[in-house]
Design a protein around this ligand. Sequence first.
Ligand code: NAD
Length: 348
Amino acid sequence: MEGIELQDTIASLPDRVVGILGSGTPVVVTGCAGFIGSTLTEALLAMGCKVTGVDCLTDYYDVSLKRENMAGFLDDERFTFLEADLQDLDAVALLQGKVACFHLAAQAGVRASWGDYFQEYLGRNVMATQRLLEACLHEAVRDTLVRFVYSSSSSVYGNQPSLPVTEQALPQPRSPYGVTKMAAEHLCVLYAMNFGVPTSSLRYFTVYGPRQRPDMAFRKFIEAALDGGKFQVYGDGSQTRDFTYVADAVRSNLLAVAAEEDWAVFNTGGGSRLVFRDTLAQLQEILVSRVPGIEAVLEYQEMAKGDVTDTFADRTYVEKSIGYRPTVDFATGLAREVDWAIARRKQG
Ligand SMILES: NC(=O)c1ccc[n+]([C@@H]2O[C@H](COP(=O)([O-])OP(=O)(O)OC[C@H]3O[C@@H](n4cnc5c(N)ncnc54)[C@H](O)[C@@H]3O)[C@@H](O)[C@H]2O)c1
């Protein structure tokens, strides 16, 4: 199934980005079967890059959805798929000769990160990243690698005393997931500062759009509505989020390859701070306009441990440094996610 319109995402990229990611450029995408990684892979292929995608297809959510995410490019001759775990694959062999590595593979999700499952977070988020960074020290990798782009998260911020939050704010993660994303981000900065590995870290703020993970709120709401089921709201719905459309998250990856500094950390925000309750009402309206009469029944629960109350990215630095600004407004992005979710059900 086609994902999203990517023409706008790759249009009018700065010359220095196109110069690095030109036609035939070999790059790596880790987590290529995931929500954001599969969309980034499509954008890179549309730019003419040769993409080696790595994913071990974890069962955190239905593996068939990951295969569906890759269906549009799995047979593309410029795409090579390695079904492998970054914790034990030969990282030097993976990275040598590559111009960029977009590292999106991770164990996502805030709520599952407590308890025994934490070891998966530690391995998939911290150890896997450390192995890739170590590989970046090898001459065969250094010779060609222009940029290692790490997918970090706004979860590193926790609840900040003032919003919008700048990259200089003191990180105060509130979940074990946030701690592992922070640790891996710190590793990127350390390898850059100590060894000159050219890294850029992108702190995404709640990404949504077609292919959104099934454990994320909008996707859960849409599926519940289509099934006539219930949707659990954590807290009273007054929490606010800076929702970021997936194509914008992808564009931030492309722009980050040409960052000036070798260690920079950037906010990837969507441009507006929205009250969660209001976004659900908006979602309901879009759904009803497509499928008259449908509704997800809301059930309110306590705020989940690890969830933050408010997020909002300051974009001053990222805009000045790499020219990132969000391009898709919330109503448009949300409608695209709804239409995608309905269309994929129709296709069976
Ligand atoms: N979706 C969001 O709102 C959001 C927000 C902030 C940060 N992020 C970060 O963005 C990245 C992508 O998130 P997503 O929402 O697309 O998640 P996702 O779960 O859809 O994709 C991650 C992919 O990585 C793979 N993977 C995990 N560990 C691996 C390993 N050790 N080796 C190989 N493959 C492995 C999984 O199988 C999965 O397909 C993650 O790093 C996540 O932490 C996402």
